[in-house]
Ligand binder design. Structure first.
Ligand code: CP
Length: 332
């Protein structure tokens, strides 16, 4: 199919409740669209746990992973997800690309676009860069994290993890703790959790808590114990030192004293409150090993498992029109 003849709207995926060509963020998605992606992810949890992990769903389609920032979980799980769906998956290493010779993001995107990929998965340090790139290419684009803006598949996998343990999100109190200022995970989660009817609290030192966060529907706290009082889920965040220009906390030791999750602070939450962290974790900075490794209450490993299922679902949803149109063309 030529780029010009690619469908501009998603007629087949919209029949499943998702009506966008790309997945650039959670902001703007309806509760039904989020629910459709989570429901589809459920089927891929079972498939990933079974003996037959691989399908031919995306046979003949090409997925390119284009990561301008480091990643362990997101890049690996997108690669696994694409391969389990039967796609050809290319991991483009920025360190060995012509970006190192000064090629711009847009020129790189247009170059890759000329090779007719079907899905581009992009992580970039600048907020808004993935949306800009999506406007220059003909294929579906998935945001794998842009600056401090959004990380939509992380929020989806977090929601799937919670939903499977608690049966739903409506009415749950979720405390998101740590470096809110620089966190795309926090932003995507606030959009998703509020859309699905959860109460969201955010807690951080004043230097790491943007005033605008209240406008997104989250209640701000500076005191960790007050924020955790009676909550169902405690979601910890890493200090994103790579985005900090200057000093935001006096020392990591003092930061852990006031904002690090340990047994004593966790006692303010509900007795069965669950612990989450998107990774990578800095043990002893934002979370104590004793709570991170608590097999009864920590969902951190489950989050990683759900990441593959959610990414398989996103690839499925965003290529439905393409597969549908190709099937029709083959039949005519
Ligand atoms: N949670 C997350 O995005 O992890 P990676 O940076 O390892 O992909």
């Amino acid at each position: 199919m030529s780029p010009a003849s690619r469908p501009s709207s998603s007629s087949v995926s919209s029949s499943l409740g998702y009506r966008h060509r790309h997945l650039l963020g959670i902001e703007g998605l309806s509760a039904d669209e989020i629910g459709a992606l989570l429901d589809l992810s459920e089927s891929y949890v079972a498939q990933s746990r079974g003996d037959s992990k691989k399908t031919a769903l995306m046979r003949g389609l090409t997925v390119i992973n284009l990561f301008f920032e480091t990643s362990t979980r997101t890049r690996t799980s997108f690669e696994l997800a694409g391969k389990r769906q039967g796609a050809d998956v290319i991991n483009m290493s920025v360190a060995w690309s012509s970006i190192k010779k000064g090629e711009t993001l847009i020129d790189t995107a247009m170059t890759l676009n000329a090779m007719h990929p079907d899905v581009l998965i992009v992580r970039h340090p600048e907020s808004g860069a993935v949306k800009l790139l999506s406007e220059k290419v003909n294929c579906a684009v998935i945001n794998a994290g842009d600056g401090s803006h959004e990380h939509p598949t992380q929020a989806l996998l977090d929601a799937l993890t919670i939903r499977r343990r608690r049966g739903g999100l409506k009415g749950l109190a979720v405390a998101i703790c740590g470096d809110i200022l620089h966190s795309r995970v926090a932003r995507s989660n606030i959009h998703l959790l509020t859309a699905l009817g959860a109460e969201v609290r955010v807690v951080a030192p004043p230097t790491l808590l943007p005033a605008a966060i209240e406008g997104l529907g989250a209640t701000p706290f500076f005191n960790m114990r007050e924020a955790l009082e009676g909550c169902d889920i405690v979601m910890m965040l890493r200090l994103q030192t790579e985005r900090m220009h200057g000093s935001y906390v006096p020392s990591t030791r003092e930061y852990f004293h006031f904002y690090g999750l340990d047994r004593e602070k966790l006692a303010a939450a509900k007795p069965d409150a669950l612990i989450m962290h998107p990774g990578p974790m800095n043990r002893g900075v934002e979370i104590d090993s004793e709570v991170a490794d608590d097999i009864d209450r920590s969902l951190i490993r489950a989050q990683v498992e759900m990441g593959v299922a959610v990414r398989m679902a996103c690839l499925d949803m965003l290529t439905r029109d393409l597969r549908h149109n190709d099937t029709q063309a083959g039949a005519s």
